[in-house]
Every structure is written in C-alpha cells, then in structure tokens.
Design a protein around this ligand. Sequence first.
Ligand SMILES: [Fe+2]
Length: 239
Amino acid sequence: MRSSLRVIPSLAVGQQMADSLLEQARRRFENDRYVALRSLIDDDLAAMLYGHIQRRVEAGNIPQSQSHGMDASLEDFADSLMEHVLKGVQPRVEELCGLKLYPTYSFFRLYRTGSTLRHHRDRPSCEISVSVNLGPKLETPWPLWVSGPQGAKAVELAPGDALLYRGVECEHWRDRFEGEELAQVFLHYVDQDGPYRDYKFDQRPALGMGPHTRGALTEEPGAPKPAPRVSEPEISGTE
Ligand SMILES: [Fe+2]
C-alpha cells in the first residue's frame, strides 16, 4: 500500500516558522546584544500611536526635547497611552529576550528636520530597551546606529518595526535627520533577577506617574529602602 504524504497543517507550519524566527531572534540578541524585529506591533497600532502624538502636538502640550541636544524634537515621559503599550508589549519582549522583566518607563519622541541623536548609552532603567518606529513611512530611511560586541550596524525600521537592545551596554546614535518628522516610542525594562531590578517602574510608585515621583515610594516600617540613584547624564530621554 502506498503511503500517503504526511500533510502538515498550515497552522503547524506557521507555528514552526514562528518558533524558528523566535529562536533566531533570541540567539541574535544574546550574541549581538541587540536585534531588529519586524512588525513588533501591527500597522494599525503604530498608526494609532502616531496619531495620538500628532494630536498632542496640535494641542501644544508636548515639551521640547531636553535630552541629547536634539533641539528640533518633541518628547514626553510616561504618556498614559505609551505606558499602556509598555505593559502590553512586555510578554513579547520577555519571550524574545528569555527573561522575566519589570517595566520601568515609556518615552516617546517626535524627531523633526535637523534632529540628531548623539552617541550614548542609556541609564540603568533601560537595561532591556525597545525602540519602536511609529511612522510615518519615510521616503529615505533614517537608520538607527547601534554598536555591540560584534561591531556597529545601521538599523532601518519601518512603522511597527523595532530594535530590541541592551541600552546600558550598547552605544547607539543617529545622524542628522533630513526628513520631515518621525515618531518613535521607547519601552524600557529591567531583568527581575538582574543588577538593575530596583529600577522597577523607574523608581516611581507605579506606571503612569511623572518623573517627579521617582524615589517617592511609600516606606513601610522595616521595608528595604529603594536603591540609591546613580548619576544620570540625561534627564529622561533615551533611544
Ligand atoms: Fe538611548
């Protein structure tokens, strides 16, 4: 009797491919300390978040950039919606880096013509960082440079794509932006079992709270004190 070909259900093929891509991303992250991720969030969510930033620009309530000398940019720390995204994306980031994480903070930036990002590494709250492109789609890509133990690489991201990187370890930067505008959201986490675990919520009492609440944890009698703050070269911003 002729044996029939074993048909693998398409769902299983999809799962196999997803597992293989996940394994590939994990290995790359472990080896290079960063990995580019295609479509970390879907196009609709990216467009919605970009629209949210645009509405805030129209309302005139986004602070001018105070970090990294990017005079042309607008940015904000812990926007309510972005904090929600920080929490929502966390399980996927944990899967990709193979760690249990605490969220620290979210931060968005709207780059505009003439923006640059100087060479830097991030502060302890950015141990595991994700920079997500929210759009718009650029005619000329504007690469994010990142440097790890295997060398430097220019990473081009489309809306929904992201760079997962170890922000404290990997230097990163951008050259001058010649386009009109580009929105990015930065989602930051620390390893629950790592050296920066005391930076949970960026040392705020909870997600969604402003930077002025850092270190204002309610002290219970006998409770361990929060870790001392290390000096931070920048106020809040990172990419
Ligand atoms: Fe950064």
